[in-house]
Write a protein that binds this ligand. Structure first.
Ligand code: AMP
Length: 447
């Protein structure tokens, strides 16, 4: 289908463009839970949240991610604003964080700077399972210090989050070192020499990669390319001593904290800015195809972006892919969206009486809906059932006159008459004090 075909015709119902989705309330339950887990683990380790703009000058991504990467060559949403400046929707978050670190002089703050984010990203990928054009990433960046213990702690943190979300058993941690850019340059030449005369066996993409970014030949998913990659000279033999030692030290720390990993000498990651440590969390059943997250060290990026030389390491995970794994495992997340009470009433008089009651019920921690529409009581009770309210309060014309209300247990189908001023106490008793929703962030401002 062409872009033109996707345009809605006049009077036709609108649909979202390909590859983007609404987050409906059921999925927000997952988002909320994942965000809470991320926030908790971040706070435990001293990370603070950052958000960078949804779009940046295109150059921010081009320079950091690299001209030869898949993202820059074919996946960016780039557009011109009204003054003709080239802007791009963020395809990932590290570039923006590094730009923000430099722009806001964060190097003046105590180092390392530990930041985390939970943001939407945009990539013009071919939409398919686990691959969307708008998707959410959470991630962590540690800037301003170079220590393999930090790389290990970051990996541990990512792993802990997977554990909290119940997906740790489904993933395998792949690690590698890709050395410094200088050492890599040497290896890339060796790699290009190895492929001389073998170009015909490569897929179309790899033919281009060979000229522009030969390291990416190592992680191509095509069978023929994989066979050749298996015969290619091994990167580790060409790397600098410092990177190898750094890697060995990091592995020692991972062993110490009991994190299991697979050494994968072919793991290179798609983005140019990595150096030394790279890692990915692979789906055990699908391998690299649907990695749920990955990251690595990017010591040279800050300088490349115009800042002072500053070592850094980061990690990002895809929320939709984690959610898909959680659903596949039938993991239900706790939610606080369930209703306690539905108030059904008949007549204007009853409605007037209901409104202050509903307000008081909510203030007491009872999650309450009601006083809506003009339907008969039995229609409103059906609605209470549909909204899954365990209790209904019924106030009709007689109840108003007698100053009472009826409380109906929706599951048991039994009901009791209660004096109007006792309604809340009785409901609290029925719902249970520990189940009340007393969370009121606004109050914190005044306490
Ligand atoms: P990357 O930096 O490209 O490895 O992306 C980090 C994580 O974001 C991946 O491991 C995926 O979980 C997720 N991700 C990347 N691209 C997409 C996409 N197009 N749709 C959904 N999730 C994605």
């Amino acid at each position: 289908m062409t872009g033109m075909d996707e345009k809605p015709k006049k009077h036709e119902q609108f649909q979202t463009p390909k590859g983007v989705h609404d987050i409906l309330p059921e999925d927000h339950e997952y988002h909320t839970f994942i965000k809470k887990v991320v926030r908790h683990r971040a706070r435990q380790a001293g990370f603070r949240r950052i958000s960078t703009p949804m779009f940046e000058f295109t150059e921010v991504f081009k320079r950091s991610i690299g001209d030869t990467s898949d993202i820059v060559t074919k996946e960016m949403y780039t557009f011109q604003d009204r003054k003709g400046r080239s802007l791009t929707l963020k395809p990932e978050c590290t570039a923006g964080v590094v730009r923000a670190y430099i722009q806001n002089n964060m190097n003046q703050l105590p180092q390392p700077m530990m930041l985390y984010y939970y943001e939407p990203c945009f990539r013009y990928d071919r939409p398919q399972k686990g691959r969307y054009r708008q998707f959410w990433q959470f991630g962590f960046e540690i800037l301003g210090e170079s220590d393999p213990a930090l790389d290990a702690q970051l990996i541990q943190m990512a792993f802990k989050i997977c554990q909290d979300l119940g997906v740790d058993k489904l993933i395998s941690l792949q690690i590698n070192t890709i050395g410094t850019p200088e050492a890599r340059k040497k290896y890339m030449q060796v790699l290009q020499d190895f492929y001389v005369g073998k170009e015909r066996s490569l897929c179309e993409e790899c033919k281009i990669r060979l000229k522009k970014n030969p390291m990416r030949l190592l992680d191509c998913k095509e069978e023929d390319c994989q066979i050749l990659a298996g015969l290619a000279p091994v990167m580790r033999d060409y790397l600098d001593k410092e990177s190898i030692e750094f890697h060995e030290e990091m592995k020692g720390y991972l062993d110490e904290i009991g994190i299991k990993y697979t050494e994968n000498p072919k793991l290179v990651r798609g983005l140019d800015y990595y150096a030394k440590t790279v890692f990915e969390f692979w789906d055990k059943s699908e391998g690299a195809q649907n990695a749920i997250g990955g990251g690595g060290r990017y010591d040279g990026l800050m300088e490349l972006m115009g800042g002072q030389p500053t070592p850094a390491v980061g990690f990002a995970a895809g929320v939709e892919r984690i959610m898909a794994n959680m659903k596949r495992e039938k993991i239900r997340v706790p939610t606080k969206d369930d209703l306690h009470v539905f108030v059904a009433q008949l007549g204007k008089e009853a409605k007037r009486k209901c409104l202050p009651l509903i307000e008081q019920m909510r203030e007491s921690g009872l999650k309450t809906m009601g006083a809506m529409g003009k339907g008969a009581i039995n229609i409103q009770l059906k609605l209470a059932d549909k909204f899954k309210a365990p209790f209904a309060v019924i106030i009709g014309i007689t109840e108003v006159r007698e100053n009472v209300a009826i409380i109906r247990d929706m599951k048991k189908g039994v009901q009791e008459k209660v004096a109007f001023e006792d309604v809340i106490d009785r409901l609290v008793e029925l719902i249970g004090k520990k189940n009340l929703d007393k969370y009121s962030p606004g109050e914190l401002l005044y306490s």
